[in-house]
Ligand binder design. Structure first.
Ligand code: DN4
Ligand code: BGC
Ligand code: ZN
Ligand code: ZN
Length: 362
């Protein structure tokens, strides 16, 4: 059994270590080494014990973390799915259970919850100096130009899936403006973390007037990035930009009070995507007038989690396109790099962070 250095957590208790754990992987069809692994709100939630749904694989008291990654193929037993040694790949997070959605490639819409997620629920993740996987769960990265930003493929696939749901939801009425476009429609993204930035870029691609907000100001680097992308920032505790209402509200904060604040300014036929999760957020009151508001305006509340293979493929295409469009600006989304030994990144978030990654060559 291979003992490899891994970043682990005794989920769901919380805590984090860099240590050797024994995980059998040598007989797996593809052997991989991570190049970069990203850290997101979910990893920090596991480490601070806030995600009670996280758990270790059977027989283990530690879970190897990591679901955002770009990896190098060390060896591939067959060349199934075109995966060859030397390739750069992104492994999928979610692994199917037995329900019909899982059986048809849509474990993101699993109907009985009997699936696993690498580094989150019952399956070891990718923060291991070497590990094995199956070729059908690997997405090939065809361009070396996105070697580093390729680590954003996994978080971006969530955005691609949420927009697929938005497309379905927005078909119920004429959702475009008098020019047949979205140039007069207004999207607001709540939160200024990495998922929020990716959502904002996608809103711009759709043609929305796009605003992003938080309850405090953001630093210059974030402002420069947003300027380049044509996204306006405002601090909603100081400024109100609601006078024209919102056609699309995307929440990445998971804070019910903040969501309600923007919900109450959503336009007729508006869509609200709930994406942020924060089990520790304070409760807030929703009253009969809020319910009337939602009903009378045909407002659609969308919950969206994860994404399927097709969304990873779209994410890779978008990253290549954005890389050509924004160049170094896109790369500036990766603000912090850590060595695998330095686990402080799981317990502290620098206010200047957009995306922190672990560089496995350090
Ligand atoms: P993150 O970097 O923690 O982003 C959360 C953002 O929300 C930060 O910018 C927070 O600001 C901001 N925020 C918190 N409270 C408020 C508030 N009251 N008003 C305005 N902004 C607020 O995490 P991430 O970008 O990695 O992920 C975003 C969220 O989506 C997390 O809750 C994840 O757990 C969740 N998530 C869901 C899925 C899925 O459904 C996938 C990945 C992540 P600051 O206080 O940090 O400045 O598939
Ligand atoms: C991942 C999703 C996963 C979710 C679970 C996220 O960080 O990106 O793939 O389904 O966590 O809550
Ligand atoms: Zn994540
Ligand atoms: Zn399922």
């Amino acid at each position: 059994m291979g003992k490899v250095n891994s970043i682990t957590s005794p989920a769901p208790k919380g805590g984090v270590s860099y240590k050797q754990i024994s995980i059998e992987y040598e007989n797996m069809p593809v052997i991989l080494k991570p190049v970069y692994t990203g850290i997101c709100g979910t990893d920090r939630g596991i480490v601070n014990g806030a995600l009670q749904f996280a758990y270790c694989p059977p027989g283990y008291s530690d879970l190897a973390l990591g679901h955002e990654s770009i990896c190098k193929v060390v060896s591939a037993k067959s060349n199934e799915f075109g995966i060859r040694s030397g390739d750069l790949v992104v492994p999928q997070v979610r692994r199917p259970g037995k329900c019909l959605n899982c059986a048809t490639g849509r474990s993101d819409n699993c109907s009985d919850g009997d699936k696993h997620e690498a580094g989150i629920t019952g399956m070891h993740g990718f923060m291991r100096e070497e590990f094995g996987d199956y070729p059908e769960y690997l997405l090939k990265v065809s361009s070396d130009s996105i070697r580093e930003v390729g680590v954003l493929t996994e978080p971006l696939k969530n955005v691609e899936k949420a927009f697929e749901v938005y497309e379905v939801a927005s078909r119920r009425s004429i959702s475009t403006d008098r020019f047949g476009s979205l140039s007069e429609k207004r999207a607001i993204v709540i939160g200024t973390g990495s998922e929020a930035f990716l959502y904002a870029l996608k809103c711009r691609d759709y043609g929305f007037q796009t605003l992003i907000t938080n309850r405090h100001p953001v630093d210059d680097l974030k402002m420069k990035f947003l300027d380049a992308a044509g996204v306006e920032f405002f601090d909603y505790t100081k400024e109100h930009r609601d006078s024209k209402g919102w056609d699309l509200v995307i929440d990445t904060s998971g804070d019910p009070g903040t969501i309600l604040r923007f919900l109450r300014k959503t336009n007729n036929n508006g869509n609200i995507i709930l994406f942020g999760t924060n089990g520790k957020a304070p409760a807030t009151g929703i009253d009969g007038q809020d319910i009337d508001y939602i009903i009378e305006r045909n407002i659609f509340l969308i919950g969206s989690v994860d994404g399927a293979r097709v969304h990873y493929e779209r994410a890779l295409q978008d990253l290549e396109r954005w890389n050509a469009q924004y160049g170094d600006r896109l790369k500036s989304l990766i603000t912090h790099r850590f060595s695998p030994q330095d686990t402080s990144v799981f317990t502290k978030k620098d206010p200047l962070e957009i995306k922190s990654v672990i560089d496995w060559s350090m």
